[in-house]
Design a protein around this ligand. Structure first.
Ligand code: TGC
Ligand code: FAD
Length: 395
Protein backbone atom coordinates (compact mmCIF):
# COMPACT_ATOMS: atom_id res chain seq x y z
CA UNK A 1 0.00 0.00 0.00
CA UNK A 2 1.43 3.36 -1.05
CA UNK A 3 1.94 5.87 1.74
CA UNK A 4 1.65 9.58 1.24
CA UNK A 5 3.71 12.02 3.24
CA UNK A 6 2.07 14.59 5.47
CA UNK A 7 3.31 17.21 3.05
CA UNK A 8 1.49 15.54 0.14
CA UNK A 9 -1.67 15.39 2.20
CA UNK A 10 -1.57 19.12 2.98
CA UNK A 11 -5.10 20.38 2.35
CA UNK A 12 -5.76 22.94 -0.35
CA UNK A 13 -6.79 26.35 0.99
CA UNK A 14 -10.11 26.08 -0.86
CA UNK A 15 -10.77 22.43 0.05
CA UNK A 16 -9.61 22.07 3.64
CA UNK A 17 -11.38 18.76 4.16
CA UNK A 18 -10.52 17.14 0.84
CA UNK A 19 -14.18 17.05 -0.17
CA UNK A 20 -12.93 16.44 -3.70
CA UNK A 21 -12.06 12.94 -2.49
CA UNK A 22 -15.73 12.25 -1.65
CA UNK A 23 -16.89 12.92 -5.21
CA UNK A 24 -17.13 10.45 -8.08
CA UNK A 25 -15.21 11.00 -11.28
CA UNK A 26 -18.40 12.11 -13.05
CA UNK A 27 -19.24 14.55 -10.25
CA UNK A 28 -15.76 16.09 -10.39
CA UNK A 29 -16.00 16.35 -14.16
CA UNK A 30 -19.35 18.17 -14.02
CA UNK A 31 -18.01 20.54 -11.36
CA UNK A 32 -14.84 21.30 -13.30
CA UNK A 33 -16.70 21.82 -16.57
CA UNK A 34 -19.12 24.29 -15.02
CA UNK A 35 -16.27 25.99 -13.14
CA UNK A 36 -14.42 26.53 -16.40
CA UNK A 37 -17.56 27.86 -18.09
CA UNK A 38 -17.98 30.35 -15.24
CA UNK A 39 -14.33 31.39 -15.33
CA UNK A 40 -14.16 31.79 -19.11
CA UNK A 41 -17.63 33.02 -20.02
CA UNK A 42 -19.29 34.48 -16.92
CA UNK A 43 -16.65 36.26 -14.83
CA UNK A 44 -15.44 38.54 -17.65
CA UNK A 45 -18.94 40.01 -18.15
CA UNK A 46 -20.95 39.58 -14.98
CA UNK A 47 -19.95 42.77 -13.14
CA UNK A 48 -21.02 44.76 -16.22
CA UNK A 49 -24.40 43.03 -16.26
CA UNK A 50 -24.81 43.64 -12.54
CA UNK A 51 -24.02 47.32 -13.04
CA UNK A 52 -26.42 47.63 -15.99
CA UNK A 53 -29.15 45.57 -14.32
CA UNK A 54 -29.32 43.04 -17.17
CA UNK A 55 -29.31 39.25 -17.33
CA UNK A 56 -26.64 37.75 -19.66
CA UNK A 57 -29.18 36.13 -21.98
CA UNK A 58 -26.43 35.30 -24.48
CA UNK A 59 -25.23 32.59 -22.10
CA UNK A 60 -28.51 30.63 -22.20
CA UNK A 61 -27.60 28.49 -25.26
CA UNK A 62 -24.24 27.63 -23.68
CA UNK A 63 -25.88 26.68 -20.40
CA UNK A 64 -28.27 24.47 -22.34
CA UNK A 65 -25.40 22.92 -24.28
CA UNK A 66 -23.73 22.02 -20.97
CA UNK A 67 -26.94 20.27 -19.89
CA UNK A 68 -27.52 22.73 -17.03
CA UNK A 69 -31.24 23.22 -17.66
CA UNK A 70 -33.24 20.48 -15.95
CA UNK A 71 -29.94 18.75 -15.31
CA UNK A 72 -31.25 16.38 -12.60
CA UNK A 73 -34.40 15.36 -14.48
CA UNK A 74 -34.77 12.13 -16.46
CA UNK A 75 -36.06 11.89 -20.02
CA UNK A 76 -37.51 14.45 -22.46
CA UNK A 77 -34.03 15.67 -23.44
CA UNK A 78 -32.86 16.34 -19.87
CA UNK A 79 -29.35 15.36 -18.78
CA UNK A 80 -30.55 12.93 -16.07
CA UNK A 81 -27.53 13.48 -13.82
CA UNK A 82 -27.62 12.77 -10.10
CA UNK A 83 -28.51 15.30 -7.42
CA UNK A 84 -24.87 15.76 -6.37
CA UNK A 85 -23.92 16.74 -9.95
CA UNK A 86 -26.82 19.21 -10.03
CA UNK A 87 -25.72 20.63 -6.68
CA UNK A 88 -22.11 21.01 -7.78
CA UNK A 89 -23.27 22.80 -10.93
CA UNK A 90 -25.31 25.19 -8.74
CA UNK A 91 -22.23 25.78 -6.57
CA UNK A 92 -20.14 26.74 -9.59
CA UNK A 93 -22.86 28.89 -11.21
CA UNK A 94 -23.35 30.85 -8.01
CA UNK A 95 -19.58 31.30 -7.64
CA UNK A 96 -20.16 33.35 -10.79
CA UNK A 97 -23.32 35.13 -9.68
CA UNK A 98 -26.52 34.22 -7.81
CA UNK A 99 -28.45 35.50 -10.84
CA UNK A 100 -27.11 32.69 -12.97
CA UNK A 101 -27.92 30.01 -10.42
CA UNK A 102 -31.36 31.57 -9.95
CA UNK A 103 -31.97 31.30 -13.68
CA UNK A 104 -31.05 27.60 -13.67
CA UNK A 105 -33.02 26.94 -10.44
CA UNK A 106 -36.20 28.48 -11.78
CA UNK A 107 -35.94 26.82 -15.17
CA UNK A 108 -35.02 23.33 -13.94
CA UNK A 109 -36.41 23.03 -10.42
CA UNK A 110 -39.41 25.34 -10.39
CA UNK A 111 -40.82 24.90 -13.89
CA UNK A 112 -39.41 21.78 -15.57
CA UNK A 113 -39.62 19.67 -12.38
CA UNK A 114 -43.37 20.28 -11.80
CA UNK A 115 -44.13 19.74 -15.49
CA UNK A 116 -42.31 16.40 -15.29
CA UNK A 117 -43.82 15.43 -11.92
CA UNK A 118 -47.38 16.74 -12.35
CA UNK A 119 -47.88 17.53 -16.03
CA UNK A 120 -49.81 15.67 -18.74
CA UNK A 121 -47.90 13.74 -21.37
CA UNK A 122 -48.69 16.50 -23.90
CA UNK A 123 -47.34 19.19 -21.54
CA UNK A 124 -44.13 17.21 -20.99
CA UNK A 125 -43.59 16.59 -24.71
CA UNK A 126 -44.34 20.19 -25.56
CA UNK A 127 -42.26 22.01 -22.95
CA UNK A 128 -39.47 19.85 -21.55
CA UNK A 129 -37.25 19.30 -24.61
CA UNK A 130 -37.38 22.94 -25.65
CA UNK A 131 -36.78 24.12 -22.07
CA UNK A 132 -33.77 21.77 -21.74
CA UNK A 133 -32.41 23.27 -24.96
CA UNK A 134 -32.97 26.82 -23.71
CA UNK A 135 -35.41 27.49 -26.57
CA UNK A 136 -38.16 28.23 -24.06
CA UNK A 137 -37.71 30.01 -20.72
CA UNK A 138 -39.98 29.47 -17.72
CA UNK A 139 -40.91 31.38 -14.59
CA UNK A 140 -42.68 30.33 -11.39
CA UNK A 141 -45.43 32.55 -10.03
CA UNK A 142 -46.28 31.86 -6.41
CA UNK A 143 -45.58 35.07 -4.43
CA UNK A 144 -48.09 37.93 -4.56
CA UNK A 145 -47.99 41.52 -3.28
CA UNK A 146 -49.91 40.48 -0.12
CA UNK A 147 -48.82 36.86 0.05
CA UNK A 148 -45.13 36.11 0.52
CA UNK A 149 -44.10 33.82 3.39
CA UNK A 150 -47.70 32.63 3.60
CA UNK A 151 -48.44 31.62 0.01
CA UNK A 152 -51.58 29.74 1.09
CA UNK A 153 -53.18 33.21 1.48
CA UNK A 154 -52.89 33.83 -2.30
CA UNK A 155 -55.63 35.88 -3.96
CA UNK A 156 -55.07 34.90 -7.60
CA UNK A 157 -58.07 32.95 -8.83
CA UNK A 158 -58.77 30.50 -11.65
CA UNK A 159 -62.46 30.29 -12.53
CA UNK A 160 -63.61 27.38 -14.67
CA UNK A 161 -65.61 28.43 -17.73
CA UNK A 162 -66.46 25.52 -20.05
CA UNK A 163 -63.20 24.12 -21.39
CA UNK A 164 -61.20 27.14 -20.16
CA UNK A 165 -59.98 28.71 -16.94
CA UNK A 166 -60.04 32.46 -16.41
CA UNK A 167 -57.17 33.82 -14.32
CA UNK A 168 -57.27 37.04 -12.32
CA UNK A 169 -54.60 38.36 -9.96
CA UNK A 170 -51.02 39.59 -9.63
CA UNK A 171 -47.79 37.71 -8.94
CA UNK A 172 -44.81 39.67 -7.59
CA UNK A 173 -41.03 39.24 -7.46
CA UNK A 174 -40.99 36.63 -10.20
CA UNK A 175 -37.52 35.62 -11.45
CA UNK A 176 -37.32 35.42 -15.28
CA UNK A 177 -40.89 36.82 -15.47
CA UNK A 178 -40.12 39.42 -18.13
CA UNK A 179 -38.26 37.02 -20.40
CA UNK A 180 -40.28 33.84 -19.87
CA UNK A 181 -42.09 32.08 -22.68
CA UNK A 182 -44.22 30.25 -20.14
CA UNK A 183 -45.30 31.11 -16.62
CA UNK A 184 -46.24 28.39 -14.16
CA UNK A 185 -48.87 30.23 -12.13
CA UNK A 186 -50.37 28.94 -8.92
CA UNK A 187 -53.97 30.06 -8.46
CA UNK A 188 -56.98 29.26 -6.34
CA UNK A 189 -59.53 27.18 -8.25
CA UNK A 190 -62.83 25.75 -7.02
CA UNK A 191 -61.16 22.49 -6.00
CA UNK A 192 -58.06 24.08 -4.36
CA UNK A 193 -54.75 25.59 -5.46
CA UNK A 194 -53.76 24.50 -8.98
CA UNK A 195 -50.81 25.11 -11.31
CA UNK A 196 -51.43 26.65 -14.75
CA UNK A 197 -49.07 27.02 -17.70
CA UNK A 198 -49.65 30.44 -19.23
CA UNK A 199 -47.87 31.30 -22.46
CA UNK A 200 -46.43 34.72 -23.17
CA UNK A 201 -48.77 36.62 -25.49
CA UNK A 202 -51.97 35.12 -24.05
CA UNK A 203 -54.53 37.98 -23.99
CA UNK A 204 -54.99 39.27 -20.44
CA UNK A 205 -51.44 38.28 -19.38
CA UNK A 206 -48.84 41.06 -19.06
CA UNK A 207 -45.54 41.45 -17.22
CA UNK A 208 -43.61 44.43 -15.89
CA UNK A 209 -40.03 44.29 -14.68
CA UNK A 210 -39.08 45.47 -11.19
CA UNK A 211 -36.36 48.15 -11.32
CA UNK A 212 -34.06 49.87 -8.80
CA UNK A 213 -33.00 46.57 -7.18
CA UNK A 214 -29.73 46.67 -5.24
CA UNK A 215 -29.51 42.87 -5.20
CA UNK A 216 -29.67 40.21 -7.94
CA UNK A 217 -29.19 42.94 -10.50
CA UNK A 218 -27.97 40.43 -13.10
CA UNK A 219 -31.37 38.71 -12.97
CA UNK A 220 -34.77 39.71 -14.29
CA UNK A 221 -37.40 40.08 -11.56
CA UNK A 222 -40.96 40.91 -12.61
CA UNK A 223 -44.60 41.24 -11.78
CA UNK A 224 -47.12 39.08 -13.63
CA UNK A 225 -50.60 40.52 -14.18
CA UNK A 226 -53.66 38.46 -15.08
CA UNK A 227 -56.84 40.21 -16.07
CA UNK A 228 -59.59 37.89 -17.30
CA UNK A 229 -56.83 35.80 -18.85
CA UNK A 230 -58.48 32.82 -20.55
CA UNK A 231 -56.43 29.67 -20.96
CA UNK A 232 -57.46 26.18 -22.08
CA UNK A 233 -58.13 23.77 -19.21
CA UNK A 234 -55.53 21.47 -20.79
CA UNK A 235 -52.91 24.01 -19.55
CA UNK A 236 -53.58 23.04 -15.94
CA UNK A 237 -51.13 20.56 -14.35
CA UNK A 238 -53.50 17.62 -13.85
CA UNK A 239 -51.58 15.59 -11.30
CA UNK A 240 -51.37 17.88 -8.27
CA UNK A 241 -53.83 19.86 -6.19
CA UNK A 242 -53.36 21.97 -3.04
CA UNK A 243 -50.30 23.70 -1.56
CA UNK A 244 -48.33 20.48 -1.78
CA UNK A 245 -47.87 21.35 -5.49
CA UNK A 246 -45.87 24.59 -5.18
CA UNK A 247 -44.25 23.62 -1.86
CA UNK A 248 -42.84 20.40 -3.31
CA UNK A 249 -41.21 22.42 -6.12
CA UNK A 250 -39.56 24.60 -3.49
CA UNK A 251 -37.77 21.55 -2.05
CA UNK A 252 -36.02 21.13 -5.40
CA UNK A 253 -34.98 24.76 -5.73
CA UNK A 254 -33.98 25.13 -2.07
CA UNK A 255 -31.72 22.12 -2.53
CA UNK A 256 -29.91 23.96 -5.35
CA UNK A 257 -29.65 27.10 -3.22
CA UNK A 258 -28.03 25.18 -0.35
CA UNK A 259 -25.27 24.25 -2.79
CA UNK A 260 -25.25 27.55 -4.64
CA UNK A 261 -24.57 29.55 -1.48
CA UNK A 262 -21.33 27.61 -1.01
CA UNK A 263 -20.18 28.89 -4.41
CA UNK A 264 -20.84 32.53 -3.52
CA UNK A 265 -19.08 32.00 -0.16
CA UNK A 266 -16.08 30.37 -1.85
CA UNK A 267 -15.74 33.23 -4.33
CA UNK A 268 -15.72 35.77 -1.47
CA UNK A 269 -13.26 33.76 0.61
CA UNK A 270 -10.86 33.26 -2.32
CA UNK A 271 -10.97 36.94 -3.24
CA UNK A 272 -10.24 37.91 0.38
CA UNK A 273 -7.42 35.36 0.69
CA UNK A 274 -5.74 36.58 -2.52
CA UNK A 275 -6.07 40.17 -1.47
CA UNK A 276 -4.74 39.53 2.04
CA UNK A 277 -1.62 37.88 0.65
CA UNK A 278 -0.72 40.77 -1.61
CA UNK A 279 -1.94 43.85 0.27
CA UNK A 280 0.87 45.34 2.36
CA UNK A 281 0.26 47.57 5.38
CA UNK A 282 2.65 48.31 8.24
CA UNK A 283 5.35 46.83 5.93
CA UNK A 284 3.75 43.35 6.01
CA UNK A 285 1.12 41.52 3.97
CA UNK A 286 -2.13 41.91 5.87
CA UNK A 287 -2.45 38.07 5.74
CA UNK A 288 0.29 38.01 8.39
CA UNK A 289 -1.88 39.76 10.98
CA UNK A 290 -3.64 37.50 13.46
CA UNK A 291 -6.99 39.27 13.15
CA UNK A 292 -6.99 38.84 9.37
CA UNK A 293 -6.04 35.17 9.69
CA UNK A 294 -8.86 34.64 12.16
CA UNK A 295 -11.36 35.97 9.64
CA UNK A 296 -9.95 33.76 6.87
CA UNK A 297 -9.98 30.71 9.13
CA UNK A 298 -13.62 31.34 10.06
CA UNK A 299 -14.53 31.60 6.39
CA UNK A 300 -12.61 28.48 5.35
CA UNK A 301 -14.12 26.45 8.19
CA UNK A 302 -17.70 27.55 7.52
CA UNK A 303 -17.17 26.84 3.83
CA UNK A 304 -16.23 23.19 4.32
CA UNK A 305 -19.01 22.74 6.89
CA UNK A 306 -21.54 24.10 4.39
CA UNK A 307 -20.17 21.93 1.59
CA UNK A 308 -20.36 18.80 3.74
CA UNK A 309 -23.96 19.64 4.68
CA UNK A 310 -24.82 20.11 1.01
CA UNK A 311 -23.04 16.94 -0.04
CA UNK A 312 -24.84 14.79 2.54
CA UNK A 313 -28.10 16.42 1.43
CA UNK A 314 -27.28 15.40 -2.14
CA UNK A 315 -26.49 11.85 -1.14
CA UNK A 316 -29.79 11.60 0.76
CA UNK A 317 -31.60 12.99 -2.28
CA UNK A 318 -29.93 10.51 -4.59
CA UNK A 319 -30.98 7.68 -2.30
CA UNK A 320 -34.56 8.95 -2.13
CA UNK A 321 -34.23 9.60 1.61
CA UNK A 322 -34.42 13.39 1.63
CA UNK A 323 -36.86 15.11 4.02
CA UNK A 324 -37.88 18.77 3.40
CA UNK A 325 -36.74 19.69 6.94
CA UNK A 326 -33.20 18.62 6.01
CA UNK A 327 -33.39 20.94 3.01
CA UNK A 328 -34.42 23.78 5.34
CA UNK A 329 -31.44 23.08 7.62
CA UNK A 330 -29.00 23.34 4.71
CA UNK A 331 -30.68 26.29 2.97
CA UNK A 332 -30.78 28.24 6.23
CA UNK A 333 -27.27 27.44 7.39
CA UNK A 334 -25.50 27.78 4.08
CA UNK A 335 -27.08 31.07 3.03
CA UNK A 336 -26.63 32.54 6.52
CA UNK A 337 -22.95 31.53 6.57
CA UNK A 338 -22.36 32.68 3.00
CA UNK A 339 -23.73 36.10 3.93
CA UNK A 340 -21.51 36.21 7.04
CA UNK A 341 -18.53 35.19 4.89
CA UNK A 342 -19.28 37.89 2.32
CA UNK A 343 -19.52 40.55 5.02
CA UNK A 344 -16.29 39.45 6.69
CA UNK A 345 -14.48 39.08 3.35
CA UNK A 346 -15.46 42.60 2.43
CA UNK A 347 -13.74 44.01 5.49
CA UNK A 348 -10.44 42.42 4.42
CA UNK A 349 -10.51 44.41 1.18
CA UNK A 350 -10.99 47.71 2.99
CA UNK A 351 -12.24 50.40 0.61
CA UNK A 352 -11.64 48.19 -2.43
CA UNK A 353 -14.27 45.84 -1.01
CA UNK A 354 -17.12 48.18 -1.88
CA UNK A 355 -16.42 48.27 -5.61
CA UNK A 356 -17.47 46.04 -8.51
CA UNK A 357 -13.78 45.50 -9.33
CA UNK A 358 -13.95 42.66 -6.81
CA UNK A 359 -16.82 40.17 -6.59
CA UNK A 360 -17.50 40.42 -2.87
CA UNK A 361 -20.01 43.26 -2.58
CA UNK A 362 -21.89 41.89 -5.60
CA UNK A 363 -22.20 38.50 -3.88
CA UNK A 364 -23.04 40.15 -0.55
CA UNK A 365 -25.90 42.12 -2.09
CA UNK A 366 -27.14 39.08 -4.02
CA UNK A 367 -27.13 36.97 -0.89
CA UNK A 368 -29.59 39.38 0.74
CA UNK A 369 -32.15 38.13 -1.81
CA UNK A 370 -31.10 34.52 -1.41
CA UNK A 371 -31.58 34.94 2.37
CA UNK A 372 -35.16 36.08 1.63
CA UNK A 373 -36.41 34.02 -1.31
CA UNK A 374 -37.36 30.35 -1.27
CA UNK A 375 -38.43 30.82 2.35
CA UNK A 376 -36.84 33.52 4.48
CA UNK A 377 -34.26 32.58 7.11
CA UNK A 378 -37.05 33.04 9.70
CA UNK A 379 -39.42 30.69 7.88
CA UNK A 380 -36.78 27.95 7.71
CA UNK A 381 -36.06 28.47 11.43
CA UNK A 382 -39.76 27.87 12.12
CA UNK A 383 -39.94 24.83 9.82
CA UNK A 384 -37.02 23.25 11.69
CA UNK A 385 -38.38 24.42 15.06
CA UNK A 386 -41.72 22.79 14.34
CA UNK A 387 -40.00 19.55 13.33
CA UNK A 388 -37.95 19.30 16.51
CA UNK A 389 -40.55 20.55 19.03
CA UNK A 390 -43.80 19.48 17.42
CA UNK A 391 -45.10 23.04 17.96
CA UNK A 392 -46.29 25.29 15.11
CA UNK A 393 -44.93 28.81 15.69
CA UNK A 394 -45.99 30.28 12.31
CA UNK A 395 -49.29 31.78 13.37
P1 TGC B 1 -48.84 23.27 5.40
O1 TGC B 1 -50.25 23.35 5.92
O2 TGC B 1 -47.73 22.92 6.30
O3 TGC B 1 -48.82 22.26 4.16
C1 TGC B 1 -49.76 22.33 3.10
C2 TGC B 1 -49.56 21.09 2.24
O4 TGC B 1 -48.27 21.14 1.64
C3 TGC B 1 -47.46 20.02 2.09
N1 TGC B 1 -46.10 20.53 2.30
C4 TGC B 1 -45.07 20.13 1.56
N2 TGC B 1 -44.98 19.23 0.57
C5 TGC B 1 -43.78 19.03 0.02
N3 TGC B 1 -42.69 19.72 0.43
C6 TGC B 1 -42.73 20.64 1.40
N4 TGC B 1 -41.64 21.33 1.76
C7 TGC B 1 -43.98 20.89 2.03
N5 TGC B 1 -44.39 21.71 3.02
C8 TGC B 1 -45.69 21.47 3.17
C9 TGC B 1 -48.12 19.55 3.37
O5 TGC B 1 -47.83 18.21 3.62
C10 TGC B 1 -49.57 19.78 3.04
O6 TGC B 1 -49.98 18.76 2.13
P2 TGC B 1 -51.46 18.15 2.16
O7 TGC B 1 -51.46 17.18 1.02
O8 TGC B 1 -51.61 17.54 3.52
O9 TGC B 1 -52.40 19.30 1.97
O10 TGC B 1 -48.51 24.62 4.66
P3 TGC B 1 -48.62 26.10 5.16
O11 TGC B 1 -49.53 26.84 4.26
O12 TGC B 1 -48.90 26.16 6.64
O13 TGC B 1 -47.14 26.62 4.84
C11 TGC B 1 -46.05 26.27 5.54
C12 TGC B 1 -44.85 27.17 5.16
C13 TGC B 1 -44.91 28.50 5.88
C14 TGC B 1 -43.61 26.43 5.62
C15 TGC B 1 -44.80 27.42 3.63
O14 TGC B 1 -45.85 28.20 3.25
C16 TGC B 1 -43.54 28.06 3.17
O15 TGC B 1 -42.57 27.36 2.90
N6 TGC B 1 -43.51 29.42 3.03
C17 TGC B 1 -42.39 30.10 2.40
C18 TGC B 1 -42.79 30.56 1.02
C19 TGC B 1 -41.71 30.42 0.01
O16 TGC B 1 -40.70 29.77 0.20
N7 TGC B 1 -41.92 31.01 -1.14
C20 TGC B 1 -40.98 30.85 -2.23
C21 TGC B 1 -41.53 31.41 -3.51
S1 TGC B 1 -40.64 30.92 -4.93
C22 TGC B 1 -39.20 31.72 -4.84
O17 TGC B 1 -38.87 32.38 -3.94
C23 TGC B 1 -38.31 31.52 -6.01
S2 TGC B 1 -36.81 32.32 -5.92
C24 TGC B 1 -36.18 31.63 -7.30
C25 TGC B 1 -34.80 31.97 -7.58
O18 TGC B 1 -34.59 33.03 -8.20
O19 TGC B 1 -33.91 31.14 -7.27
P1 FAD C 1 -42.92 38.66 4.05
O1 FAD C 1 -43.53 37.31 4.00
O2 FAD C 1 -43.84 39.83 4.10
O3 FAD C 1 -41.94 38.70 5.30
C1 FAD C 1 -41.44 39.95 5.84
C2 FAD C 1 -40.66 39.60 7.13
O4 FAD C 1 -41.55 38.97 8.09
C3 FAD C 1 -39.54 38.59 6.89
O5 FAD C 1 -38.44 38.90 7.70
C4 FAD C 1 -40.14 37.28 7.32
O6 FAD C 1 -39.17 36.32 7.73
C5 FAD C 1 -40.99 37.74 8.50
N1 FAD C 1 -42.09 36.80 8.77
C6 FAD C 1 -43.14 36.48 7.97
N2 FAD C 1 -43.93 35.56 8.57
C7 FAD C 1 -43.34 35.28 9.77
C8 FAD C 1 -43.65 34.42 10.84
N3 FAD C 1 -44.73 33.60 10.83
N4 FAD C 1 -42.84 34.41 11.91
C9 FAD C 1 -41.72 35.19 11.95
N5 FAD C 1 -41.37 36.03 10.97
C10 FAD C 1 -42.17 36.08 9.89
N6 FAD C 1 -41.33 34.34 -5.58
C11 FAD C 1 -41.87 33.52 -6.53
O7 FAD C 1 -42.99 33.04 -6.38
N7 FAD C 1 -41.19 33.24 -7.67
C12 FAD C 1 -39.95 33.74 -7.91
O8 FAD C 1 -39.36 33.43 -8.96
C13 FAD C 1 -39.38 34.62 -6.95
N8 FAD C 1 -38.16 35.19 -7.19
C14 FAD C 1 -37.68 36.13 -6.33
C15 FAD C 1 -36.54 36.85 -6.66
C16 FAD C 1 -36.05 37.85 -5.81
C17 FAD C 1 -34.86 38.64 -6.21
C18 FAD C 1 -36.71 38.09 -4.57
C19 FAD C 1 -36.18 39.13 -3.64
C20 FAD C 1 -37.85 37.40 -4.24
C21 FAD C 1 -38.37 36.42 -5.12
N9 FAD C 1 -39.56 35.75 -4.84
C22 FAD C 1 -40.11 34.89 -5.77
C23 FAD C 1 -40.34 36.10 -3.66
C24 FAD C 1 -39.84 35.48 -2.37
O9 FAD C 1 -40.09 34.12 -2.32
C25 FAD C 1 -40.49 36.23 -1.20
O10 FAD C 1 -39.92 37.50 -1.15
C26 FAD C 1 -40.33 35.50 0.12
O11 FAD C 1 -41.09 34.32 0.14
C27 FAD C 1 -40.74 36.39 1.32
O12 FAD C 1 -41.97 37.00 1.10
P2 FAD C 1 -42.13 38.59 1.31
O13 FAD C 1 -41.03 39.27 0.58
O14 FAD C 1 -43.53 38.94 0.97
O15 FAD C 1 -41.87 38.84 2.85
Amino acid sequence: MAHTTLEQRLPLANDLYNIDHLLSEEERMVRDTVRKFVQDRVLPIIAGHFEEGTFPEGLIPEMAELGLLGMHLEGYGCAGLNAVCYGLACQELEAGDSGLRSFASVQGSLVMFPILAYGSEEQKQHWLPRMAQGRAIGCFGLTEPDSGSDPASMLTTARRDGSSYILNGTKMWITNGGVADVALVWARAEDGVRGFLVERGTPGFTTSNIHHKLSLRASITSELHFEDCRIPSTNMLPEVRGMRGPLSCLNEARYGIAWGATGAARACYEAALDYAKSRVQFKRPIASFQLVQQKLVNMATELVKAQLLALQLGKLKDEGLLHPVQVSVAKRNNVREALATAREARTILGANGITLEYPISRHMNNLESVFTYEGTDDIHTLIIGQAITGQNAFS
